[in-house]
Design a protein around this ligand. Structure first.
Ligand SMILES: Nc1ncnc2c1ncn2[C@@H]1O[C@H](COP(=O)(O)OP(=O)(O)OP(=O)(O)O)[C@@H](O)[C@H]1O
Ligand SMILES: [Mg+2]
Length: 365
């Protein structure tokens, strides 16, 4: 079909590889669109141009291990076959329990759960902050986040602000009622004020990290968000929501990867697939219209899954060089004529079938 009606600007993610000050790269989008695949490929490409790369999955349903066919844990381990690419899978909910346990040990359990009630999301935010603090000290050149499906990701990006506000509240309470908290906790059996101060010290400490991260996340030279989607209505809609939310959080985004694209020459004579090519084309056009100033990279739908370093490496080529379907690259004039003749024939047959069906229906009335 008229896939080349409008010459579409073909972009790549080369711009991300060239932004050498980038420190935090978030990869996000709707469930199952290819976030993990894209973040793994991006990390692979970055490892060729940056000193060291850390890939972090913040999705509780981790799948870095599946993509790389290698088990990862909550501390960074080197990806097999690389010397400067590391990966880890963190669970945002586990660490907060640790914090609570620690607080309980200090006789501050009540205080922490009060805090959690007063500031919704603070426990998750604290564990995210702890993780960022850890990662900051490790000194990787760039950190790629494979995030959980959209809703969760946006919450994660809000954590620094949530925490900053929450901590301000806590610190002001501490200065007003510090002594009182100490007395009350002693009354209830906590050994001394040391426990309280240790915990609040920890909170202060996290606050400093959060302030720094908050600044870095809002700096477009240091942080960017890559939206992954597929050429379908729901994904387009979800991407728009994501882009607007990111603007609200002042987080830079200027790359969209459209995955699972079907290319006309790849679908040959399947009517079903040809119909899907037309459907996808409609949404691809809309993506280009809506996101004129974005780099839009298209990735083809493959017949097989993308698993293991070799598959990821080979598929990643499409992130730096626009994919060109095989037959289109190689077909000669004569082949193209035959392809078009076949297509015209099959469309004629389809039209006459539809006409027959229409006449039958008309005849019945
Ligand atoms: N272009 C593609 N062609 C064929 N298979 C693909 C393509 N992109 C991704 N896949 C496969 O689709 C599955 C889902 O991809 P992936 O895990 O990257 O999605 P996700 O967005 O991270 O999903 P989730 O929301 O569940 O985390 C994987 O098995 C992956 O290998
Ligand atoms: Mg995933």
């Amino acid at each position: 079909m008229a896939e080349d009606d409008l010459p579409m600007p073909e972009a790549t993610v080369q711009n991300v590889l060239e932004q050498t000050d980038l420190k935090w790269i978030f990869v996000g989008g709707k469930g199952g669109v290819g976030k993990t695949t894209c973040s793994c490929m991006l990390a692979l490409l970055l490892s060729q141009v940056r000193e060291s790369v850390l890939l972090i999955s913040t999705d509780p349903a981790h799948n870095l291990s599946d993509a790389f066919c290698q088990k990862f844990t909550k501390s960074p381990s080197m990806v097999n076959g690389f010397s400067n690419l590391f990966a880890m899978e963190v669970d945002p909910t586990v660490e907060s329990e640790d914090l609570e346990e620690q607080a309980n040990g200090l006789g501050m359990g009540g205080f922490v759960s009060e805090l959690a009630n007063a500031i919704p999301g603070i426990d998750e935010a604290m564990s995210f902050a702890e993780m960022l603090k850890l990662v900051q000290t490790m000194d990787y050149s760039v950190i790629v986040f494979d995030t959980a499906p959209t809703g969760h990701t946006l919450r994660l990006l809000q954590f620094p602000s949530t925490l900053e506000k929450g901590l301000e509240k806590v610190m002001s309470l501490k200065s007003k009622f510090g002594g009182l908290i100490g007395q009350v906790s002693r009354m209830f059996g906590a050994e001394n004020e040391f426990g309280e101060d240790a915990l609040l010290g920890k909170v202060e400490n996290i606050k400093a990290v959060i302030e720094q991260v908050n600044y870095q996340f809002r700096n477009p030279d240091m942080t960017t968000f890559i939206c992954v989607c597929i050429p379908e209505f729901l994904s387009l809609y979800e991407t728009e929501r994501l882009v607007q939310e990111l603007a609200r959080f002042e987080i830079d985004t200027h790359n969209i990867i459209i995955n699972q694209v079907l290319f006309q020459p790849d679908v040959s004579d399947s009517k079903l697939l040809q119909a899907r090519v037309r459907m996808q084309q409609k949404y691809l056009d809309q993506f280009h219209e809506l996101y004129e100033d974005f780099n839009i990279t298209k990735l083809p739908l493959l017949p097989e899954e993308v698993r293991g370093v070799e598959s990821l490496k080979s598929f990643a080529k499409n992130l730096t060089k626009p994919y060109v379907p095989e037959p289109a690259r190689e077909s000669t004039g004569a082949e193209r004529i035959r392809e078009l003749e076949t297509e015209v024939l099959s469309l004629r047959a389809e039209v006459s079938n539809l006409q027959l069906e229409l006449e039958k229906l008309r005849g019945g009335h």
